[in-house]
Design a protein around this ligand. Sequence first.
Ligand code: PA5
Length: 357
Amino acid sequence: MSIENRFNKYDRSDMLENVLALPDQMREVWNSSSDFILSRPSAGSTLVICGMGGSAIGAVLIRDLVNKNSDFSVHIERGYLLPAYASANSTVICVSYSGNTEEVLTLFDEAVQRGCEIGVITSGGELGRRAAEANASVMNIRGGLPPRAAIGLLFTSLLRLVVNWGIYRITDEEFTELLKKARFIIKEITPGYNSKDNLAFQLSKKLYKKIPLIYAGDGLLKGVSYRWKCQFNENGKIMAYSNIFPELGHNEIMGWECPDNIKKNLFLIFLIDRDDHPKVQKRMQVTYSMLEKLAGDSVVIDSSWYGNNSGGRLERLLSMLILGDMMSVYLAVGRGVDPTPIEKIETIKKLLKMGES
Ligand code: PA5
């Protein structure tokens, strides 16, 4: 069956369309987010961004994008407790696409109690209601998508803030250029477009019967490696794991002494970026030469894979986001599964709700 037919048969809720719509989503929020105003965190302070799963990913990518230029740090809270330091002087942003995620609602209430300055990014739900009641600053985004497929809406809401704060610089014209680049990158790996050289399609075929281990440096691609893992889990319905250099060289590396029959099922994916710390680059080279012989399959992907060696940080970040997302939908339809349903995630939420009543 051709890949186009496989999409028709298995991608019943159009996850592919959502992935292709990334630049449109980014444009939509860029045009409508100028009223989303929050105080800039002060130098030396910590911005806390609360969110779970698909709603946390935008924050993860923003953290990696601005890490180099920011005079405040970014903490992403994915639990039920705000860090002890969050106080009336702190800015806390609560992100939940549905607006009904238990952990985020708990953190929101805690932030209100502590008198933090609060921003909310949501399509509505209970969080939207509580935010209006508490007079929090709200970025209302369009609903109706799987949260992980709303990445363009979620990410750009935060991008707008860091641009307003002067932490990341991009003009309207540069933003338009960026979206053009994103469309070009998407075209390079869209079904039907030159499938022999289609990197996402070719890589996805290596994933069908393997467990991907996605390794990146602790810089621009740290969150991307986690996004790939989550997209392979949720869209592709396979096991996948990610880890980060240099830390993994101090523990996980020993796992490669596991039995050969396990190693041969591992697909080692190295994500590299030219801004990775020089010592991290060296560690990655040395480690790859050791591990490629052990893994069932392996590949190194440079964040300039689409052929522009002078692309900026945001362009490279998006190129890797797009590549992983496209791989995950090819993986799903290649395996004959619908990328959209996430039955087990929903079942857990339902069971917890039932336990409450
Ligand atoms: O991908 C998903 O659907 C999940 O990871 C959700 O994003 C997560 O459960 C949190 O829900 P929400 O994004 O609506 O806050």
